[in-house]
Design a protein around this ligand. Structure first.
Ligand code: PMM
Length: 284
């Protein structure tokens, strides 16, 4: 267990926050294609809040392993109307993007968090956008785009946890050097990004080392492949993404009990219960 740091610029219920996901994409691994229509996406975002999400994370580009990139115009056309409509309804929206332009337009449309899975490495101009807009900025551990992030060299570490912490620290330092204020920073170890199954477990069992960076911690394990591997059939067939929910809940409870600021999940109600259990557990 470690001290749970909140994000001072956002409302906080004194417990791990629940970030619900709306992927406005045709190809995300777990909800791809379901919310591609803007109205469906908005309805989904509202449903997530009604079922207990504190934040709705809206993304227009899949980052699943092997995914190809979409162009900025497509990404923007997917996320902007959804961000605007949800923000107008008072939802705390986070925009899941690696692009400066998309981040800037999304914040103008009402987004209150920039969630950059590349931590400023994909499009360094995003750091100036974060600095200028002053909204919380999620710096995730990332080593390259989806097409090659699970390649052998992209998942090689001399010493996994210290290496990931050091790489994250470098990304945070670059953000601060660009003018991002420390109170804007959130760190995320990047579950599934340039990490193979076993490496994700090592990261999750060392969250305290990430908390030592001194920033609120976001963890996004929901339905990811490493859970499918853990629950695989004896013949090696992975548990399919929609049946990784109980495993996701277990990770939520453990992560929240450890002291994460927030967890990012696809299905909210049970995870919202789990973070309440975890908070009560922490208080003893
Ligand atoms: N993972 C995905 C997308 N966005 N954002 C953060 N901060 N951390 C993550 O681990 C993360 C993310 C990929 O998962 P999805 O396809 O379910 O959205």
């Amino acid at each position: 267990m470690f001290e749970r740091r909140a994000v001072p610029l956002l409302p906080d219920a004194g417990r791990c926050q629940v970030m619900g996901v709306v992927n406005v994409t045709p190809d995300s691994f777990s909800d791809g294609g379901r919310w591609l229509d803007a109205e469906d996406a908005v309805r989904r975002g509202i449903a997530l809040v009604e079922s207990g999400a504190d934040i709705v994370d809206v993304g227009g580009e899949s980052t699943r392993p092997g995914a190809q990139r979409v162009d900025a115009a497509t990404e923007l056309a997917r996320v902007e109307p959804v961000v605007r409509a949800l923000s107008e309804r008072g939802v705390v929206v986070s925009v899941d993007t690696m692009r400066a332009e998309v981040a800037e337009r999304a914040v103008a449309a009402g987004a209150r968090i920039i969630n950059d899975v590349s931590g400023g490495l994909a499009d360094p101009d995003i750091l100036q956008v974060a600095a200028r807009t002053g909204v919380p900025y999620v710096v995730m551990h990332w080593r390259g785009h989806s097409a090659r992030m699970q390649d052998e060299d992209a998942t090689a570490y001399a010493d996994l946890v210290p290496d990931v912490v050091a790489e994250l620290r470098r990304s945070v330092e670059a953000a601060l050097a660009a003018g991002v204020r420390p109170e804007q920073v959130v760190v995320d170890p990047g579950i599934g990004f340039s990490k193979r199954g076993d490496q994700n477990w090592t990261v999750l069992s060392h969250l305290a080392a990430f908390a030592e960076l001194g920033y609120p911690l976001l963890v996004a394990a929901s339905r990811k492949r490493f859970l499918g591997e853990l629950l695989a059939e004896p013949d090696g067939v992975l548990r399919d993404p929609l049946h990784r929910e109980a495993a996701t809940l277990a990770v939520t409870a453990l992560t929240a009990a450890a002291g994460a600021w927030a967890i990012r999940v696809h299905e909210v109600p049970d995870n919202a219960d789990a973070v309440r259990v975890a908070e009560r557990w922490r208080r003893g």
